[in-house]
Design a protein around this ligand. Structure first.
Ligand SMILES: O=P(O)(O)OC[C@@H](O)[C@@H](O)c1c[nH]c2ccccc12
Length: 268
């Protein structure tokens, strides 16, 4: 199972992080940082289009291998910003996604959009690390955290001023996170255990989520009609990576996917 392997590697990385991590030092550094940009807030309201967009900077994935050869994270992030993305997601996992903390740090310097640190969070120190590299939000995946751990991670995120995108894939995970006060919920259309993707996951889980929550539909999205379907299902935002990463003209692809007038007739 893919997810087990990823988590196993992550445990080794966290063991190394523990060696160099000092809570006092991290807290001292964080106290000097500017406040985070509101990630969840940007997706929930104050938008001039019905569906919010989190655009992802993703070089590779365990299921697809290398996705984009010509990979310049800062340029991609700037293009997303210019094309009107609401927020960014930056993969920092090195081993399976060829991501890097450095990419996120460089992007932080170059754009003003709120940034999600996309990684497999299993230890509270990673949340401090996310804040220190310039993230505004962290991903908390229900499939790899117990209810108790999820609660702890949500608390630490909020103490550090970070938003948390809580990711679920099935009913059991959803029920577990609804017990806690998660206001930003991601429904991953991709099963992280099998890597099978089906947008119907969003439609089937959304009806069990209270109105107040902001809902992000994640993975496997590449066509404007899918955006319309997810909007009709009740999603507030989408998280898109691979589709944009495979484009020659990323900025145009962002506008076309989100249905910007003037892009609908043109073939890819
Ligand atoms: O590239 P896609 O199919 O558009 O998916 C983006 C994003 O949803 C996906 O990268 C993702 C969703 N949840 C994750 C958890 C870990 C790593 C990656 C992910």
């Amino acid at each position: 199972m893919y997810l087990d392997r990823i988590v196993e590697t992550k445990r080794m990385e966290v063991a190394a992080l523990k060696e160099r991590f000092s809570l006092t030092e991290a807290e001292r550094q964080i106290a000097e940082l500017p406040a985070c940009l509101g990630f969840g807030e940007k997706l929930a309201r104050g938008r001039n289009r019905p569906m919010g967009l989190i655009a992802e900077v993703k070089k590779a994935s365990p299921s697809k291998g290398l996705i984009r050869e010509d990979f310049h994270p800062v340029n991609i992030a700037r293009t997303y910003e210019e094309a009107g993305a609401d927020c960014l997601s930056v993969l920092t996992d090195v081993e399976y996604f060829q991501g890097s903390n450095r990419y996120l740090q460089e992007i932080r310097e170059a754009v003003r959009l709120p940034i999600l640190r996309k990684d497999f969070t299993i230890d509270y120190r990673q949340i401090y690390e996310a804040r220190l590299i310039g993230a505004d939000a962290v991903l908390l995946i229900a499939a790899i955290l117990t209810a108790e751990e999820m609660k702890e991670m949500l608390q630490i995120s909020s103490d550090l001023g970070l938003d948390a995108l809580v990711e679920v894939h099935d009913r059991e995970e959803l029920e577990r996170v609804l017990e806690l006060d998660a206001s930003l919920i991601g429904i991953n259309n991709r099963n992280l255990k099998t890597f099978v993707t089906d947008l119907a996951a969003t439609e089937s889980l959304i009806r069990h989520i209270p109105q107040e929550a902001t809902i992000v539909s994640e993975s496997g999205i590449s066509r404007p009609e899918e955006i319309r379907y997810l909007l009709a299902s009740g999603a507030h935002a989408v998280l898109v990576g691979e589709h944009f990463m495979r484009q020659h003209n990323i900025g145009w692809a962002v506008k076309q996917l989100m249905g910007e007038p003037g892009t609908e007739e043109v073939a890819r």
